[in-house]
Design a protein around this ligand. Sequence first.
Ligand code: ZN
Length: 140
Amino acid sequence: MIRSFRYTQAEWPISLEELKQRRDQCVKAESRSSIVFLILFFGFLFANVPFVNWIESNATLPVWVKPAWLGLFMVVLIGNLPLMVYLLKRRVRSFGLNCPSCDKMVHAQAMAIAVATGYCSHCGVKLVSDHTFQPPQALR
Ligand SMILES: [Zn+2]
């Protein structure tokens, strides 16, 4: 899915247009994968209700099925958070949106600052080559 998006593999600092293009394509990929993730996650949650009812009503099942299912349910419920973080980091990297200096993600708030100023909000390195923003004299 990510391969269908195109951006140049230009080295940092890139042009402002390139940065915005990468950001837009990353956001597009993000919203696509969010839809898939939400369908799977809520599908799992809603399917859980009839499945638990079936476990409760079925007396022939071994006694360990109920706690085993509860354990699996909790793993999926809690495990989706680190999975989401992992997928986000992978996606941002695949769009070349990690700072060349500190390797942190140029994403969300850091992206807004990079677009507004042309600099990395984490380490201050110049990210955009053709930005018109001039930092105040004291910060140079
Ligand atoms: Zn940085």
